[in-house]
Design a protein around this ligand. Structure first.
Ligand SMILES: Nc1ncnc2c1ncn2[C@@H]1O[C@H](COP(=O)(O)OP(=O)(O)OP(=O)(O)O)[C@@H](O)[C@H]1O
Length: 219
């Protein structure tokens, strides 16, 4: 099957009369990782939630292969790792994983050290970083065609982040991945393209120096 393309356009989001997003244009084709960078409060999480379908925008156009998508979470189109922990605390990781992980990826997922060590535990028996890694992996290995990751590297030590980046890249061979994080060096490493959100608009970043121009990095 040819790779599918997720397109996001014409997003308008306001909170309390304040415009947050108004000039968004973003696409992601299966086979690539698109990184989103931007200052605190610029609207990165809001944009991911709008694409996923859990935040209502005044207007949005989201499509996959030009078919309008009302709620990204329907029909396994899109999976989303939110900024905060999303798993119920009193169910074993192994039971949760069986519901979330794609059968075709089960052998690979269940062979990962982190799952072998902690799969028998419940989320409240894990450290913040262990839980974050497992939550991210369950989303990456889910059935969805497109994956949205909001701050996957938060709580993750540098050595573990280095282990996850190849997993994200491997997963992107057959899925489209959109990822945002303030650990911008990890985003630069893992992404094929970078988009910056500034003043409510998306700007493609062709060169790292533009991160300075747009006021994201210091000179
Ligand atoms: N429910 C809400 N009601 C009012 N304002 C909100 C609400 N949710 C978010 N905002 C505001 O919208 C803006 C965008 O928030 P969002 O969480 O999308 O930013 P972000 O780029 O992900 O920020 P960060 O990098 O700090 O996580 C912020 O100014 C935030 O204060």
């Amino acid at each position: 099957m040819p790779p599918q393309t997720l397109k996001v356009d014409s997003v308008q989001l306001e909170f309390d009369g304040r415009s947050i997003l108004q000039d968004v244009s973003l696409n992601c084709t299966q086979g690539e990782v698109v990184g989103i960078l931007g200052r605190n409060g610029c609207g990165k999480s809001s944009l991911l939630r709008i694409i996923f379908g859990t935040l209502k925008a005044a207007y949005k156009y989201v499509s996959i292969d030009d078919q309008y998508i009302h709620k990204g979470y329907h029909n396994n189109h899109i999976a989303y790792l939110p900024q905060q922990s999303y798993l119920p605390k009193n169910i074993r990781i192994s039971e949760l994983a069986k519901m979330l992980v794609d059968d075709r990826s089960w052998a690979e997922f269940s062979g990962l050290d982190i799952y072998r060590q902690h799969g028998h535990k419940k989320p409240d028996q894990l450290s913040g970083g262990e839980l974050r890694q497992l939550e991210m992996l369950m989303i990456i290995y889910s059935r969805a065609d497109f994956i949205l990751l909001d701050e996957p590297f938060t709580h993750i030590s540098p050595i573990q982040a280095d282990e996850f980046k190849p997993i994200i890249k491997t997963c992107a061979r057959h899925k489209g991945i959109i990822v945002t994080d303030h650990q911008y060096y990890n985003i630069l490493d893992v992404s094929d393209r970078i988009i910056m959100i500034t003043n409510g608009a998306t700007k493609p970043i062709a060169d790292r120096s533009e991160l300075i121009t747009y006021g994201y990095l210091n000179r």
